[in-house]
Structures are given as C-alpha cells and as structure tokens.
Write a protein that binds this ligand. Structure first.
Ligand code: ASP
Length: 584
C-alpha cells in the first residue's frame, strides 16, 4: 500500500495515528539536527518532520539527500504542530517520519513548481507535465472537469443521450480548412477530421435519437489567432421536433445551471438582441453588455456643418466614456494613437469633453458650438464628467473600429469584471455573408442553417438580406455557443447549396448522404454547440483557454512537448502512396 492518506487530508483529529504518505518533494529545509520537508500530491501539501532525537540516523541521512521533485513514500506518526500554519488545510499537523522510501529520483526541474513560477510560457509548454503539478494549472484542469461534469448531469437529466461520432470523416463545412488524414487502404484518398459533428448529429435526429449531446474534439485548420487552438472541444447538441424557442430555453437552462453550480451566480432571463441591433449598438455580434457605452449615431447632429471628415462619412458614431473627462491630453492622444494603429485602422478620433459645469470642449470647436456638442452628449448618453469619442467612416469598418475602442476603454477602466456575468442571445443572423476575397456568398453559420420562414424567395433577389434561424449565446463579450434551426427537406437544402455555389454534382458528391437521409422522414430539428474551452475559461474568470487544456498547442499550432507536427519517414509515405512536393 503506497499510502493510507493523501497529502491534503490530515488534520489535528488524526493526531497520534500512524500514516503512510506518498508524493513529491516540494521543498526541504535542512537545519542539520532537524529537517522539515513539504510533501505534495494533487490533494495538497503535508509537512514531514525528521529530528535527530527521534528519527533513526540512517533515515535522517537519507532525508538530507532528497532533492526537489523526488518521489518518496514515508511512514510516520501524525503530531500536532507547535506553531501552526493557518494558510494550508493540513497546517495544524506534521508527520514525524519513521520510515522513508525513495520511489524515484528527479533531476532538477527547469522551473520552480510553485504557484508563481520562474518558468516562461515556452518552457512550461515543453515540460507541461511539470507545469500540471503546479496549482494554477492543476486547479484549472479540475475546474474544467467540474464544468464538464455539470454539463453531463444537466443534459442527462433533460433526457439527452451522449453519442460518439467518428473522427475520420469527410469535410463538414464550418468555414475553416480541414485537417486531412491519408487512407492507406484507399490509395489516394483522404479523410477529413471533423470541423464539427454537424452532419452526424443531424443524421442522429433522422435516426430518431431525439436529444443528442457530445463533449467532442473538433479540428479546424484556421489561420493563427491569439488564443485559438487547432483542436478544441465542443459541447455539441441537437434536438428534434423543436423550434428556436425550445432550443433557446433548453440551453439558457444549461448555462444558468452552470453559472449557479460552478460560480454560485443566479442570472435573470437572458436578454435577446437582434444581430442588426447588436451591430448598430455595439459594432459587434458578441457584445459585452456588462457596461453601457452603447453607440450613438451622430450623422444627423454632425453633418450640417463644414467639417468635411464627417460630411463625407457614411456613418458618424460615438460613445460616452464614463468619467473620461478626467483623461489628460496625453491620455487622449494615446487613445488617438491607439485607434490609428493598423490593427484598428481608424484615420483619427474626434472627442468632446463634458465638463462638470455643463459646458463642452471638443477637438473640433471650430465647427461645432455648445449646442451641437450638447446633442452629441445627448445621443451618446454622456453625462457631465464623461468624454465623448467619435469615429467616422464606412459603416462596417467604423463600427468595428469603435467596437475595438469600446472594449479597450472598458478594459482600461476596469469595467470588464471577471466575476460579473452578462449572458445574452444574439438572434437572426444573416444567412449569407459576402466574401470579398472569393467574391461570393458563404453561409454565415453553415450550409444546413434554415432561412427565416418566408425568406427563401429573397435568396434569388437579395441574398444578403436573408435572415437565418440562427442564434449565438454570448457571455461577457465572447461567443460561447452558436446554433440554428436546420433545413430538414431535400429541396430547400438543394436550393441553399446552389446559392452557395455548389453545382448539383458537387452537392451530391459532398452532401449526398445527408440529402438522401432527408428523403426518409427527417424530423424538424435544430441545435447548438458551445465552445467548452472558452466557456470554462470565462467561468473560471480568465480569457485565455490554454491553461484549461492539459496539453495545448502553441501559437504556431505546434505541440512543443512531443514536437509535433513532424516529418514521417519515406517508408510511411510510400505506404500511404504520398510524395512530398515541398516549397522550401
Ligand atoms: N456545428 C455548429 C458549429 O460548430 C454548431 C451548430 O450549428 O450546432 O458552430
């Protein structure tokens, strides 16, 4: 028996009993005639005590040679400490060691295994198994487990069945590139790893499973962006015989359950906002609504003067920055520099200070008088003491720019509080999205999303205007879930694929199986998928997902610990009938 108790378990009530513990050496304080050793395992830290008078000499000697991260087993007596440590749960006791067994040695770890470590990101990724021994990472993984467990409990109670779907499939278009896997047995042919189990969950509905979920890995070969992983986990869900309202209620229920269970937070009914309104008020389809700062449209109150920049703009919009009048000139100049960075791309920023005495002072006083500026304040909802920031330009661009500024300011002003949760539904997304690069429409969600009732005809005349039965769940400025009511008849699906530029043959080759299934009594159905990694991070009060993933990839999609991806040898290539044609 390696242990009778774990390292987080012993209390004063265990005094005078003989215990066996196993774990890692966290630290040794050797005072010669007595040695204190912190023994660590997943459950905590227990202090071990060796002293010249009571500990056998051989053990004393052995103990003095122990290094950090050695794995040891000890037997000893629990004694109450003379000076207690209130900072750890086992701080009332220590174990007076009578037997010591070295189970394994360790070379000196490349960084300290402590909450605040001296190891940088790269080093910690390379030795992730050591990083996982640290509390912050360990606790994040435990937290993730709790969230996943709560999800499973809730959905199982609601009669959902967890069904596994295959990983070796063919392309499911979710808007990214596929990772592909060559098939040895089918020369020259490739599987695609699922970007999501989308078509399979729909087939499960045709199969009569009625309510499906799966905590599942998805794979998307997307361009690198901060805090994205090429493989990530979804809580993937689908329901039959449902309308949009049923889905929203069910998954609002799940989210509320998680907030309560995990964070102890009760949330009111989730607000709903139309996609068009989200874009108008926040310039963003995943607005953080924990702080106001809604956009005010200023065309009417700015375009009657001689200020050419505003006059020629398609849209002039502003936000009121609470308390922003206290910003110094330099701070405002920095904001202007910030919006002009290429990542944001604004040409400049106009501002108006709302003074405490009710007067205004703007950067364009030459063109706008007090009465004008009072209107800016009114439209943006600015009060005395605030600062109105105004951007102008082409509608989509300027909205994105002001949205970026709004988030930056909220961050700077500490308005994005990690322990405050503001979920909301964003509804009625456009069905299609124009892609400048390929000069054609793409499905904004995916090609299986149904248009709003009665809008199918619009596809021919004004495709960009067609709205979808699609919804996103947004939490604190992050999209945590998205889904739609699906098309469930072959004819509509065929029309949709045609509008997405598939020829009949292409549609048949790629989605024939789904269209065929729709001919055998497919029920009306719809669903949603949550991004588990991000959801866990937000519930945990963080915005980076990496710490919640046991073995994450770095920003170049590499696993630096196992050094993947890696070349394969010629023999393997031949077996797969592959020849490389490398560019460099
Ligand atoms: N498959 C979709 C996605 O991955 C979610 C859904 O429509 O249920 O975004």
């Amino acid at each position: 028996m390696y242990r009778s108790h774990n390292c987080g378990e012993l209390r004063a009530s265990h005094s005078n009993i003989e215990v066996t513990l196993s774990g890692w050496v966290q630290s040794v304080r050797d005072k010669g005639f007595m040695i204190y050793l912190d023994l660590r395992d997943r459950y905590g830290i227990t202090q071990l005590y060796f002293d010249e008078e009571r500990t056998p000499k051989a053990i004393m000697e052995k103990a003095s040679k122990l290094g950090r991260e050695f794995v040891i087993q000890v037997k000893g007596n629990v004694i109450e400490r003379a000076s207690k440590n209130p900072n750890i749960p086992t701080g009332d006791i220590e174990v007076l060691v009578s037997e010591l067994n070295i189970l394994n040695t360790s070379i000196v770890p490349p960084f300290t295994i402590e909450d605040k470590t001296d190891g940088g990101d790269d080093l910690r990724m390379k030795y992730r198994y050591l990083d996982i021994r640290r509390n912050p990472v360990k606790n994040s993984l435990i937290f993730r487990h709790k969230v996943a467990q709560a999800v499973r409990n809730y959905l199982s109670n609601e009669d959902f069945i967890e069904v596994e779907t295959p990983y070796l499939i063919k392309s499911t278009p979710e808007g990214a590139r596929d990772f592909v896997v060559p098939s040895r047995m089918n020369e020259g042919q490739f599987y695609a790893l699922p970007q999501s189990p989308q078509t399979f969950k729909q087939l499960l509905m045709v199969g009569g499973m009625d309510k499906y979920f799966q905590i599942v890995k998805c794979f998307r070969d997307e361009d690198l962006r901060a805090d994205r992983q090429p493989e990530f986990t979804q809580i993937d869900c689908e329901m039959a015989f449902v309308e949009q309202e049923d889905i929203l209620n069910t998954f609002e229920g799940l989210t509320r359950h998680l907030l309560k269970e995990i964070n102890g937070v009760e949330v009111e009914k989730f607000p709903r906002i139309l996609y068009d309104d989200a874009m108008r008020l926040y310039g963003n389809d995943k607005p953080d609504i924990r702080f106001g700062m809604e956009f005010g449209e200023l065309n009417e109150v700015t375009q009657h003067k001689d200020f050419g920049v505003f006059n020629s703009a398609e849209l002039v919009i502003g936000i009121a920055v609470p308390g922003g009048n206290k910003f110094t000139r330099k701070e405002i100049d920095n904001l202007i520099k910030w919006v002009k960075r290429p990542q944001v791309g604004a040409l400049g920023m106009i501002y108006s200070r709302c003074n405490d005495d009710g007067t205004f002072k703007s950067s364009v006083d030459k063109f706008y008088d007090q009465e004008d500026l009072a209107k800016w304040a009114e439209v943006t909802g600015a009060k005395a003491g605030d600062l109105v920031c105004v951007l102008s330009g082409e509608t989509n661009k300027v909205r994105a720019q002001l949205s970026a500024l709004r988030m930056e300011l909220a961050e700077q002003l500490g308005l994005r509080k990690p322990n405050e949760f503001a979920p909301l539904w964003v509804m009625d997304f456009p069905l299609l999205e124009w892609d400048e690069e390929t000069e054609r429409y793409h499905a904004m969600h995916h090609p299986f999303t149904s248009p709003k009732p009665g809008q199918l005809e619009l596809l021919d005349t004004n495709p960009g205007e067609v709205k979808a039965n699609a919804y996103d769940l947004v939490l604190n400025g992050n999209e945590i879930g998205g889904g739609s009511i699906r098309i469930h008849d072959k004819a509509t699906q065929a029309i949709m694929l045609k509008h997405l530029g598939f020829t009949e043959e292409e549609a048949r080759a790629q989605f024939g199986f789904l269209m065929d299934a729709f001919e055998y009594g497919a029920p009306p159905h719809g669903g949603i998928a949550f991004g588990l990694d991000r959801l866990v991070a937000i519930l945990g009060g963080q915005e980076t997902i990496r710490d919640y993933i046991a073995f994450p990839k770095n920003n170049s999609g590499r696993d630096v610990m196992i050094d993947a991806p890696a070349p394969i040898d010629d023999e393997q290539l031949t077996e797969l009938s592959l020849k490389l044609n490398l560019k460099s």
